[in-house]
Design a protein around this ligand. Structure first.
Ligand SMILES: [Zn+2]
Length: 185
């Protein structure tokens, strides 16, 4: 156990508390870090991405769902569960696009490999996922994703996250319930 004697708050992100959506997504990002990162583990790159996300949220310049997809991809990458989308995750052949994601190898599957232990994905969804997987978080405010593809991508990432970490994030459940959306399980 450590004792913290003194601290200075640089930014409390106080105004995020005035909006249900930003407070919910803010909690969700904290919960993701808590779930994915080991105690006492330091990750400066992820910390930078985390703080950048908070600034984007606070300034209301970004679509929260799109930002959360990009942050989820960063979290997965930072913890060794990065998505393999450029090559077939089974035979390692170069892959332009795919319509199937293997949950076992966390990546796209080509047309000649067997499509098992995974989930189908539309080519459009796959291409967006591939693009988002390589984007910097501070560029996320420029991106507009069609609603149906966003829903598809989020469902897949939720599945990957709940399969690979010991605990499933709960922060978004209430919001999804309020918004009446189909849940992302
Ligand atoms: Zn293959």
């Amino acid at each position: 156990m450590y004792t913290l004697n003194e601290g200075e708050i640089i930014d409390s992100f106080q105004n995020m508390l005035s909006d249900l959506e930003t407070i919910t997504y803010g909690s969700y990002f904290c919960e993701l870090v808590d779930i994915a990162i080991q105690e006492e583990e330091s990750n400066r790159q992820l910390f930078k991405e985390f703080v950048t996300s908070f600034y984007l949220m606070r300034n209301n310049v970004v679509d929260l769902e799109t930002l959360s997809v990009i942050f989820e991809l960063k979290i997965l990458k930072a913890t060794g569960y990065g998505l393999n989308l450029d090559k077939c995750c089974i035979c390692k052949r170069k892959l332009k696009s795919s319509n199937y994601m293997s949950l076992q190898y966390i990546g796209g599957v080509c047309d000649t490999c067997e499509k098992i232990k995974g989930i189908p994905i539309s080519y459009g969804g796959y291409n967006i996922l591939k693009y988002l997987n390589n984007i910097q978080i501070d560029k996320s405010y420029r991106i507009i994703i069609p609603e149906n593809l966003k829903y598809e991508i989020r469902r897949i990432l939720t599945t990957i996250i709940s399969q690979n970490y010991f605990r499933k994030p709960k922060s978004l459940e209430t919001l999804n319930f309020i918004k009446g959306s189909e849940n992302y399980e």
